[in-house]
Design a protein around this ligand. Structure first.
Ligand SMILES: *Cc1c(COP(=O)(O)O)cnc(C)c1O
Length: 509
């Protein structure tokens, strides 16, 4: 196999960056996102030779294609994967579950924080530790390279990052969240972690204030030079990479569920509740590598920039209204940061037919987006996108209705979280249009455990006599969190200086 290198989506000269650089830097210094220089080819017999592999074995085969063995040798990669998935509560890591004719849920919430982000962030945390250990191998304490991860969260990302990075040597993590504006369970998850390298800052302000503070800290050169501020947000390539495994794994699981006849001529579609486009982008890579996917279906909430793009080719922020707070908060975005990666491929394959010119065109579109809040893709780009992608938009009312519908139609009263519900509502719309003879199977991604979004789930289900959140939804492990002592540092004002001081105080240097 040829060696795998990386490049920035906005660069117009050839680059050969290492996987390590890409993971440790996150964002390219020209503002672009990192892409593999070439999409690797699967072994020609992979449908046969990979079909019985465990999740971890499959992860190894896929990750190996994207990481040069000179950077991480086989045995180390095997260990990193094993460590990353050792804390999942399901032996299959990401099991599928049939909930209706032609409809399967891919349960991605069996990790430590009960949300799909664990699949990637458990791995990212181990990668940080692995690379830092190597860089610091023979260094005196005063020369050791460190990373200070600073992030803002309105919920899921913060806890998944904390659980991915807790206890990692030479890594400190500071997560900012708006006081009183995240769910009690999410606050408990973040603030009851005992590891000394984990710090939660409850900021008296909004989520946007927290994000602005994080941005200001990132662009503060002096602070950065001293503390090596790092990010684990959804643009980190390692996250996209780790998420590819479950597209392959669930594809194989599905084949085993189908009868021999069904399996032979069935089409497989993935439906993905989407915000920053990181989850579904992993599916796009799986498809580009050669996994037989019929469609990747984007499911958005009322923050619908992706759905509007798919219908018109215009990618535009809704600046007048801003971000809408919906029942699926982890998908509340104005623009989808990872969409840039898809655009690069669409431009390269349909407009410029050349790697370096694709960067120039993309740069131009991104400038328009920044200056005018929008750009319009040419027809050939939209046509190419529609060959593999489709989309639907699901509002809050439909989100609630679908939680009810799954609950009442499932023999064991299965309960989905509001993000998953956006995907299921989308799946139902597609299934209603399909002809039975087409034999289309849907794998709808289930991105969070319902216990994390109690308010919406209760709103949907409280009217059912038999329903009890404590009994039907809340796992013992999360129940126990409310008893544990919390460690929170209150920041009484949304001030960059006060947050920086809090970081200095904790790190003591
Ligand atoms: C982050 C998140 C999503 C959206 O994933 P993207 O990669 O941002 O598209 C959906 N559901 C839940 C529960 C999430 O935490």
């Amino acid at each position: 196999m040829s060696s795998q290198t990386y490049r920035s989506s906005r660069c117009s000269v050839e680059q050969q960056l290492s996987f390590e650089d890409v993971v440790m830097t996150g964002l390219a210094n020209d503002g672009g996102l990192f892409l593999p220089s070439a999409i690797p080819k699967l072994p020609s017999d992979f449908l046969e030779s990979w079909k019985d592999l465990s999740f971890n074995e499959l992860a190894f085969e896929i990750l190996r294609l994207y990481i040069d063995p000179k950077e991480i040798p086989d045995l180390d990669l095997i260990n990193l994967i094993a460590k990353s998935y050792s804390k999942f509560r399901s032996s299959e890591i990401t099991p599928i579950r049939k909930i209706d004719d032609n409809l399967y849920l891919l349960e991605l919430f069996h990790g430590p924080t009960y949300a799909f982000k664990d699949v990637a962030l458990q791995f990212v945390g181990n990668l940080f530790e692995y690379f830092l250990t190597r860089r610091n191998a023979n260094k005196a304490d005063s020369d050791r390279e460190i990373i200070t991860v600073v992030g803002a969260t309105s919920g899921d990302t913060g806890s998944a990052a904390i659980y991915g990075l807790r206890g990692k040597k030479d890594v400190s993590v500071f997560i900012l969240y708006p006081t009183g504006r995240i769910s009690p369970i999410q606050e408990q998850q973040m603030t009851t972690v005992e590891d000394a390298n984990v710090h939660t800052l409850s900021v008296n302000g909004t989520f946007d204030d927290c994000q602005d503070i994080v941005k200001a800290i990132f662009s503060d050169k002096e602070f950065n030079d001293k503390y090596h501020v790092g990010a684990v947000n959804s643009i980190n390539w390692a996250r996209i990479l780790a998420q590819q495994t479950y597209y392959f794994y669930s594809y194989f699981q599905l084949q085993k569920e189908l009868t021999a006849k069904d399996s032979k001529d069935s089409k497989v579609r993935f439906v993905v509740p989407s915000g920053n486009f990181g989850d579904i982008l992993a599916g796009y890579y799986a498809y580009k590598m050669g996994l037989p996917v019929d469609k990747l279906i984007i499911a958005t909430n009322e923050n619908d920039i992706l759905d509007r793009f798919m219908k018109s080719g215009e990618y535009s922020k809704q600046q007048e209204t801003g971000v809408k707070a919906t029942h699926s908060p982890a998908m509340d975005i104005l623009i989808s940061s990872n969409f840039e990666r898809l655009l690069w491929y669409l431009i390269r394959d349909n407009v410029t037919h050349d790697d370096s010119k694709a960067g120039e065109t993309l740069n131009d579109w991104m400038k328009q987006l920044k200056e005018n809040g929008k750009f319009t893709a040419p027809k050939e780009v939209l046509t190419a996108a529609k060959l593999i992608f489709d989309s639907e938009r699901v509002d809050d009312e439909q989100t609630i209705k679908t939680i009810k519908e799954v609950y009442t139609s499932h023999p064991e009263n299965y309960i989905v979280d509001p993000h998953t519900s956006v995907g299921v509502a989308t799946s139902y719309r597609f299934i209603a249009k399909d002809e039975p003879s087409e034999n289309i199977q849907y794998i709808s991604l289930s991105t969070a455990h319902p216990a994390k979004f109690s308010e919406v789930v209760n709103k949907a289900l409280d009217s059912f006599d038999n329903y009890s959140f404590e009994k039907d939804v809340l796992p013992d492990e999360l129940k126990a969190l409310s008893e544990k002592p919390k460690r929170i540092k209150l920041i009484d004002e949304a001030s960059v200086e006060k947050v920086k001081q809090a970081i200095r105080d904790e790190l003591k240097f």
